[in-house]
Design a protein around this ligand. Structure first.
Ligand SMILES: Cc1ncc(COP(=O)(O)O)c(C=O)c1O
Length: 472
């Protein structure tokens, strides 16, 4: 990646994206650096999905009778090849949330059993574990994975130290939403299995960001949201269950099968008949799977492997530049990220309502920059995350770092003259105006054990409400 001396601007006055942005119909008045939140669907995929929607509407009873089932089948056949799975192990879902719920709510625990996750888990995951723990009298154990972190071994160790003989089930991220860390998922799954713990991998950020081989990972279950890194339309995801776990699953929605048996009878799989029809719906997104995968395979010469490499290389280079410009210590080795990079920022110098999320708000309102900012692990510590997709350029991240520097400086000015700006006088002194969050953070030794949902868990995804609060 070459040096950037000058940031070329668009007619809107924003840093130029990569020419590959022509594959998307993204607004030109926004700098799109947040693909990890809810993705962005390329024009050709959207047009394909729209075409399916039109086809359906030309005769919907006939479509559902004769076309729905073959379309579903073709989608899963394409998906099975893409993620190295067997056809009958896959269930198309609207996203990770449904898959996570099907798998977790199907489990039956004994009183005193322990259910493991980490402080990096998505908030719904922790809620879900607490729900089944309350149901069965089990406990949720939250392993404290450090961030900043020095190596994949540190991640593995922090999880394994929380395993006891009562640990039965774990939900572990493949790639973390908040911190962008790529967990050593295969090793985690193997080590947990050796200790008798079954793992559901939350792969919401996996497929598309990295190449995924489900048989190789070898977990009991895997779920994802294809609208994130597979560039699918919103509402496309899948759940995968290992052969020996498939029939243990229980549907959350009781409904008839969407598949008509052919004359031979029973030619559809158990997952298809029991789970795939959740009532009448618009299947144009999930039925676009062959087109979605075709996009990933053809968007750049060299196929999906080249797309993954291009995005990772850009993320690494952009991260290097941002670290330099903002004078931040690297929070993890570069081979521990894929396309998302997260940066510790100086502590919030303003009260919460004017602190972390307002930084994002300032970047949005003043600069039209789309990124994510979060408290981590708790106020006043904070982090921000950018994502890299084919439409992004190195210039955009260099520009971003400059804008963040400016926004942090503006916060400092508010604190220096609190009375005029309405900020309390003691906040700067309390939080250390430009103290770098990286140096103070360190690994916690043990996991937190929780019973049910009473205790508030700081960290992971518990940001306060904000006008621009979004989940990712
Ligand atoms: C790590 C993680 N898991 C699960 C989800 C839920 O995904 P969805 O809303 O697509 O069901 C998200 C969404 O951002 C996520 O980041």
């Amino acid at each position: 990646m070459g040096a950037v001396d000058e940031i070329l601007l668009t007619p809107e006055g924003l840093p130029k994206p990569d020419p590959l942005i022509s594959k998307w119909h993204l607004r030109p008045d926004i700098v799109h650096m947040d693909h990890g939140s809810s993705g962005a669907c390329p024009t050709e995929v959207l047009e394909h999905a729209n075409g399916l929607r039109w086809e359906l509407d030309r005769g919907s009873p006939e479509f559902f009778l004769s076309s729905w089932s073959p379309h579903h089948r073709r989608s899963k056949e394409a998906l099975a090849r893409f993620v190295n799975a067997d056809y009958n192990e896959l269930l198309l879902t609207p996203g990770s949330t449904l898959g996570l719920n099907i798998v977790t709510q199907s489990q039956q625990f004994q009183s005193g059993d322990e259910l493991l996750t980490t402080n990096h888990a998505y908030s719904s995951v922790t809620m879900l574990l607490k729900h089944v723990a309350n149901r069965d009298g089990a406990k949720v154990v939250i392993a404290k994975v450090p961030f900043p972190v020095a190596s994949p071994d540190e991640i593995l160790e922090s999880i394994l130290t929380c395993v006891t003989e009562r640990t039965k089930f774990a939900i572990i991220d493949h790639i973390v939403s908040r911190t962008g860390l790529v967990f050593p998922i295969k090793r985690i799954v193997q080590e947990l299995a050796k200790r008798g713990v079954e793992t559901l991998v939350d792969g919401a950020h996996g497929p598309g960001q990295v190449q995924v081989d489900l048989h190789d990972i070898g977990a009991a279950y895997y779920t994802t949201s294809c609208h994130k890194w597979m560039c699918a339309p919103r509402g496309v995801g899948f759940m995968w269950a290992r052969q020996d776990r498939i029939t243990r699953l229980k549907p959350l929605i009781i409904a008839r099968s969407g598949h008509w048996r052919d004359s031979a009878g029973g030619s559809y799989t158990w997952l298809e008949h029991t789970f795939e029809w959740n009532g009448c719906h618009d299947p144009s997104g999930v039925h676009s799977m062959p087109k979605i995968i075709d996009f990933l395979e053809t968007a750049v010469p060299g196929g999906h492997a080249a797309m993954v490499k291009r995005n990772h290389d850009l993320a690494v280079e952009a991260r290097k530049r941002v670290l330099e410009i903002l004078d931040i210590e690297s929070p993890c080795p570069e081979d521990m990220i894929a396309n998302m990079a997260t940066f510790p920022l100086p502590d919030s110098v303003l009260p919460e309502k004017l602190g972390i999320l307002p930084l994002c708000q300032t970047l949005w309102e003043k600069e039209r920059a789309e990124i994510q900012c979060y408290h981590w692990p708790a106020y006043p510590k904070r982090i921000f995350r950018f994502s890299v997709q084919l439409h992004n350029s190195l210039e955009q991240y260099i520009w971003l770092a400059g804008k963040i520097k400016k926004a942090l400086g503006a916060e400092y000015e508010i604190v220096k003259t609190p009375k005029e700006n309405g900020a309390p006088e003691n906040v700067a002194a309390k939080n250390g105006v430009m103290g770098n969050g990286t140096k103070e953070s360190g690994p916690a030794k043990n996991g937190v054990i929780e019973n049910g949902s009473k205790k508030h868990e700081s960290g992971a995804n518990d940001s306060p409400p904000s006008k621009r609060r979004r989940v990712s």
